[in-house]
Design a protein around this ligand. Structure first.
Ligand SMILES: NC(=O)c1ccc[n+]([C@@H]2O[C@H](COP(=O)([O-])OP(=O)(O)OC[C@H]3O[C@@H](n4cnc5c(N)ncnc54)[C@H](O)[C@@H]3O)[C@@H](O)[C@H]2O)c1
Length: 332
């Protein structure tokens, strides 16, 4: 079978996982690497993919190279622009989270991909964790009965040096937000994927500790469309960072899980042992693999553009609530 010709835009922290996943995949080859810093792109070619070509301009790369799938690993506020260029060149898009940081840009990138008949997938790798998959399944099977509370605790530690490590971090322009838009977006995606769509939010958020424009801490009161309530707490300023934790309660059962596995799995109407979930870290490989299959089978990727924008819509509503002091309804 012909290998999928893959390219990467952005050679930073996260793109290493895309390089690794593409290199490990028997049906993929890395043919081009782009970074505005050409020297970095050339270094990566030498180190990871000697047969690939290096570029400093993604449009030129998309025009000149025969590419099937592009991994978008640039700062968040540039995702849509690069994805749109790829789609216009007929290239399928695997975009890092968050999909983008602006509503109009997300809509434009989804529409352009649709109009050019290319797939648009987004990497929210927590959706591949078996604790999350099992929880969602249990909720859908009605094991928790009517849902009452869906809470996400996303408490991390990022040092001042982290924010200095790249100029775009902690800025409205390119990060689009802080503890929620960058780190918390995974957990917000997951809680709404498991518990259900969010109807409205009310929030406080601010940079409480770090010298950044965006929030390093936020608390959010959530109302789900299925009438359940919840809270989301997100921070990047507490030491030590805590493990990500989700607590979902219904009239007939509760599930609590974190990075280290499921802590509580208790139902009124059945006695079940806590499922043992191994700590998986194959996320990026699974997303690259899924994208290849989505293209070959002409189906939607695991997390489509429409799915991926939901968490960003919620976060933008949270920011609006902080600004206005009001409860904000969400329209996807
Ligand atoms: N899935 C995850 O868990 C995860 C983890 C970390 C980062 N991310 C996401 O990945 C993206 C990149 O984050 P990072 O931490 O790797 O950032 P980074 O700063 O380490 O890397 C970004 C790279 O993009 C390059 N770049 C900037 N503008 C460019 C352009 N126009 N064309 C080509 N290259 C350009 C920069 O030179 C830099 O090398 C962000 O959107 C972030 O949210 C996802």
């Amino acid at each position: 079978m012909k290998k999928m010709r893959c390219a990467i835009v952005g050679t930073g922290v996260i793109s290493k996982l895309h390089v690794q996943a593409i290199s490990d995949h028997p049906e993929a080859e890395l043919v081009a690497i782009c970074d505005i810093d050409l020297q970095k792109a050339e270094e990566w070619v030498r180190e990871f993919a000697p047969k690939a070509s290096a570029y400093s301009n993604h449009k030129e790369m998309f025009e000149k190279e025969d590419i099937d799938i592009a991994s978008i690993c640039v700062p968040s506020g540039l995702h849509a622009d690069v994805a749109i260029s790829a789609a216009e060149a007929g290239i399928h898009v695997l975009c890092e989270k968050p999909l983008d940081i602006r509503r109009d840009k997300m809509a434009q990138m989804i529409e352009t991909c649709r109009n050019h008949n290319v797939k648009l997938g987004c990497v929210y790798q927590r959706r591949t964790l078996s604790s999350a998959i099992l929880t969602r399944q249990a909720i859908q099977e009605g094991k928790l009965g009517k849902l009452v509370l869906g809470d996400a605790y996303l408490k991390y530690y990022r040092s001042p040096e982290y924010f200095q490590s790249a100029g775009w971090r902690g800025t409205w322009e390119l990060d689009g937000g802080g503890a929620l838009m960058n780190q918390g977006v995974h957990g917000i995606d997951l809680i709404q994927w498991m518990v259900g769509d969010i109807e409205s939010v009310f929030a406080y958020a601010a940079p409480l500790v770090r010298d950044i424009e965006v929030e390093d801490t936020a608390v959010v009161v959530v109302k789900y469309k299925n009438d359940a309530f919840g809270v989301i707490q997100g921070t990047t300023s507490v030491y030590p960072g805590q493990e990500t934790r989700f607590e979902i309660h219904g009239e007939k059962g509760s599930i609590i899980f974190g990075d280290s596995g499921i802590k509580q799995w208790k139902f009124l109407e059945s006695d079940e042992p806590i499922p043992q979930t191994e700590k998986e870290d194959k996320g990026h490989y699974l997303f690259v693999d899924d994208m290849i299959k989505a293209v070959r089978e002409n189906r939607e990727p695991l997390v489509s553009g429409e799915e991926a924008r939901k968490a960003v819509d919620v976060i933008l509503a949270i920011y609006e609530s902080v600004k206005t002091g009001k409860e904000i309804k969400i329209n996807h």
